[in-house]
Design a protein around this ligand. Sequence first.
Ligand SMILES: [Zn+2]
Length: 391
Amino acid sequence: MKPQRTLTDRSARHAGSSPYDQYARQLAARRRAQRTGKRVMIMLLVLGVFMALLCGGLLPALFFDSSSPLEDEQLQAASCNFNNPGGGAELGSVGNLSKEQMGHARTIVDVGWEMKVPSRGWIVAIATAMQESNLRNLAHLGARNDHDSIGLFQQRPSQGWGSELQLMDPRYTSRKFYEKLLTVPNWQQLEVTVAAQRVQRSAFPDAYAKWESLAIQVVDELTRGGTYGRVSYGANPMCADPGVVSASGWVVPTTGPVGSGFRTRERPQHNGVDVIVPRYTSIRAASAGTVVTVLCNASTNNCDVDGSPQVKGCGWYVEVSHGNGFMTRYCHMVKQPSVKVGDRVTAGQLLGEVGSSGNSSGPHLHYEVHFQGDPINPEEFMSAQGAPMRA
Ligand SMILES: [Zn+2]
């Protein structure tokens, strides 16, 4: 099922800090979050009854709803495993960030929490402040200043963001950032850098992306491992599972029973996970990124008919590069995928439909996740991102 031509995504190899370290930290954070989760198990059991009542029939309508602030703080806290970040607890440190920088990050998260902005927004806000001010509350720098930019987000009085005095108030400036972010359509499905740019209109729009991993770690530290909980973008946070984009920006490509897993004893060469779903089921991008491959890969050179175990190749398939060394692959589509190479896709955007082309004995999605060119276990990875393959 491995395509004859393999694309690698090694762009992050030369990044300053190893993305694998970040991935490992994410896994550790996930485990911390799971431990915390046990404590709220009893509350969850009670809530489960409400969930069952609320979820019936609502999910399809909510699946690709536009974002809206969450309705009920307590339900949100229980279902998504979030902890209120405030409360004056001792601040841990992340990377080389000082106490002052962490303090500003906490203010940003606190304001986001109070405004009921889903946690992905906290990550966008912190990545933006890292880029704009290095998380410092910068006063007007005189001649060295970039226009009349002020404060954590370098917002400009002349552009209607507020007075100079207001913009030096981290709470005020954070609130202005979130207010603008919430007006950006589908902001939770966008890459961090795109969402940030829609708010900031920076002269350097691609500069935000490099801060995403650090911003995730910071939010994770401030929420004691809560970042990787599920975040809905529908009106009801309880019912959006499992079609939701997680705080770290991932969503399951399709929902169904998992058949063959990653490199099992029976199939050590199986580099992905098989999701058994009917023909024509939608396959969605697992995270935002750029389409790097759209090909028919079959030893028969025909992907418009069902393959078989004798045919080699993954049929009609798509690969999406997500940056930070991650790439995803989607195999055996029923017909030519609906995206083209070079398309920028959002998390959850339609890529194509399930079929059985190539090396396949029946309709299913074969899904792979690659890190720095090598396949990793998609189920483990997706769980760590708060978007588990198994409900
Ligand atoms: Zn497979």
